[in-house]
Ligand binder design. Structure first.
Ligand code: PEP
Length: 270
């Protein structure tokens, strides 16, 4: 079986901790995660945690000091590099902390904090400008799904965010398909629906950049993922991993998801 270690589409399991875990809880969680992750699984699966801003420095230190093979991510950033933006965090600040992945346009930022497509696109470009990898979050609401507008919504969100990016920028990015109705609800998309939506997103990336760029980009599914449904979801040929909220908070649960993702043969994703 081919090893995906050098594959641009190596499976990614990313844990979005949202506004959970203070820095002491975060330290304990990554320490335990380091003990629970199986090195064999990590040849196939890249693992990232996205803690709250106040935890980043502590988590970075623990990961480095203990050589824990987990990558650091952040949940949001402003599009400007500095300025009078009270309460915001700039991309260069995250880059200095060794952050690799930054979410752009998580549905909670869009719906609860009014982030629009233009702001998402600007933040995504800030992430790229500072050498990090954007994780563009897209997904339809329950109303849009019921109205048969899922693909239209995904097309609009992807186009607004990636239009004008260089091919290599698209090739290196991550998109997370996260149906809003599935986030934190326990209502997971079927594997077939997740695959269809991720394939649609890849088609939109191809239209905006090129087929080669789209074939290299990673597309994740997110929305009530757990250790039981991961393997089936990641079995879709266009589903390159999962973005996990609630089930990523406990080390045992996140490690279970990683182990499940590692059972999927790379060939099943081609
Ligand atoms: C998320 O917030 O990105 C998410 C997928 O949450 P949950 O796994 O809890 O549905």
């Amino acid at each position: 079986m081919a090893d995906q270690a050098n594959d641009s589409r190596r499976t990614l399991v990313a844990g979005n901790w949202k506004m959970h875990h203070d820095h002491l809880q975060a330290i304990r969680t990554v320490q335990e995660l380091g003990l629970r992750l199986d090195p064999v699984d990590l040849k196939r699966v890249e693992v990232a945690v996205l803690p709250p801003f106040t935890d980043l420095r502590s988590v970075q230190t623990v990961l480095e000091d203990r050589s824990i093979p987990v990558v650091l991510g952040a949940q949001h950033c402003h599009d400007r590099d500095s300025g009078a933006f009270t309460g915001e965090v700039a991309a260069p600040m995250l880059a200095r902390l060794g952050v690799r992945y930054v979410l752009a346009g998580h549905s909670e930022r869009r719906l609860l904090f009014g982030q629009d497509d233009a702001q998402v696109g600007a933040a995504l470009r800030a992430v790229l400008r500072h050498g990090m990898v954007p994780v563009l979050c897209v997904g339809e609401t329950a109303e849009e799904r019921e109205a048969g507008r899922t693909e239209e919504r995904l097309s609009d969100q992807v186009a607004a965010a990636v239009q004008g990016l260089a091919e290599e920028q698209v090739a290196g990015m991550v998109v997370a398909y996260e149906p809003v109705w599935a986030i934190g609800t326990g209502a997971t998309a079927t594997a077939a629906d997740a695959q269809a939506a991720c394939a649609h997103v890849r088609g939109r990336l191809a239209a905006a950049a090129s087929g080669d760029a789209a074939a290299s980009a990673r597309i994740l599914y997110g929305g009530s993922v757990n250790a039981e449904n991961t393997a089936e979801l990641v079995g879709g040929p266009d589903v390159d991993g999962v973005l996990v909220g609630g089930a990523s908070l406990e080390a045992a649960s996140l490690a279970g998801i990683v182990a499940a993702a590692a059972t999927v043969r790379p060939a099943a994703r081609r």
